[in-house]
Design a protein around this ligand. Structure first.
Ligand code: TRP
Length: 330
């Protein structure tokens, strides 16, 4: 229980089934076993210059969706990053010892430069220092993130160790990647290959209506079925089974697997069943999202409660860091 678990949540985009069955289900489980901080990374989102109304509505949406999916503000500290400006002070302090060369070598930075050569701003370059500040502000030790964030985590360790070395202290602990306890299922898209993603345009959202879900599932790529028994499944068929394994009871999966192996499968029936099982999983969440979105008082209370808890922890770190650095009363 000593470990402090922390993760940032991208503030853009609605949650899809892959997000829910991946990280989010794990966050929900972790809040019962660890001291957890989860925050919506809205400072980070400024690198792409969202307009104020969009910024606000996406943060609100993400907060509502995480609450609807089961994060409990009494069990974890759930906050909006920009409600904790202490983060920014630590970011500034860390930036003094973050070098242009190492920031430029970061893979995520190089990708962004390639994608948007006209918007290579300093916030993008220093994204890893802001992320390090997010983590070190609570002196978090376990960071449940995917492979794409490993380099950022490594940089956080570099900055933490560098701070300790420069000031001759043993203040920051190295944060470690935290393996998910629940099996991490990679949810594929419905378009035959690859994973489910917003940018891939193949996602089923928690806010999709049952009709929209049925339509998307029925459109998934299939073929006329195997002609030989017990053949390996082509990727686009395996994908349907993978999604089914994540949302349907094992008997259902076995039923269609048996039909596949005996060349009797009718993919239309399988997709109908899959759609109904996805609807059964997401419909209650969708109702809760709607109810929470309509309850501004509740959202306000949750954010205020999260900010209060997060700021208490952050203020303590900042006071100690200031003292270490030499910002002392005259
Ligand atoms: N960079 C993370 C992402 O893109 C989000 C994030 C921001 C984060 N700050 C963090 C994750 C701190 C873990 C810890 O998904």
């Amino acid at each position: 229980m000593d470990d402090i678990v922390l993760s940032g949540i991208r503030s853009t985009g609605k949650l899809h089934l892959g997000n829910y069955l991946g990280a989010l289900k794990n966050f929900v489980a972790m809040q019962h076993e660890h001291r957890c901080y989860f925050f919506i990374a809205d400072y980070h989102s400024l690198t792409t210059h969202p307009n104020p109304a969009d910024l606000h509505s996406s943060v609100r949406q993400v907060l509502a969706e995480y609450l609807a999916a089961g994060l409990d503000p009494d069990r974890c500290t759930l906050y909006v990053q920009s409600d904790v400006p202490e983060t920014v002070e630590l970011y500034l302090l860390l930036n003094m010892n973050a070098y242009k060369g190492e920031l430029e070598r970061c893979t995520s930075f190089k990708d962004k430069v390639r994608q948007n050569p006209d918007n290579v701003n300093a916030g993008l370059l220093t994204y890893p220092t802001l992320m390090a500040a997010d983590i070190l502000i609570h002196r978090a030790t376990k960071i449940p993130v995917g492979k794409d964030q490993e380099q950022h985590l490594e940089m956080t360790r570099t900055f933490a160790n560098r701070f300790n070395r420069i000031y001759g202290v043993d203040y920051f602990t190295e944060p470690k990647a935290f393996a998910f306890t629940q099996k991490l299922v990679k949810i594929p898209g419905l378009d035959g290959s690859g994973k489910m993603g917003k940018s891939e345009g193949n996602a089923i959202y928690l806010t999709d209506t049952p009709e929209a879900i049925r339509k998307k599932v029925m459109k998934a790529l299939t073929d006329s079925g195997p002609t030989q028994p017990n053949q390996p499944k082509p990727e686009y068929i395996q994908n349907l089974f993978t999604i089914m394994e994540a949302v349907s009871p094992p008997d259902t999966v076995k039923h269609f697997d048996d039909l596949y192996n005996s060349c009797q499968i009718r993919y239309g029936n399988m997709k109908k069943q899959l759609a109904e099982d996805i609807v059964a999983l997401t419909a209650p969440m969708r109702e809760r999202i709607d109810a929470i979105m309509a309850d501004t008082d509740y959202l306000h209370r949750v954010a205020a409660q999260g900010a209060e808890k997060a700021r208490a922890s952050a203020a303590k770190t900042i006071a100690e860091v200031r003292e270490i650095i030499g910002f002392r009363p005259m």
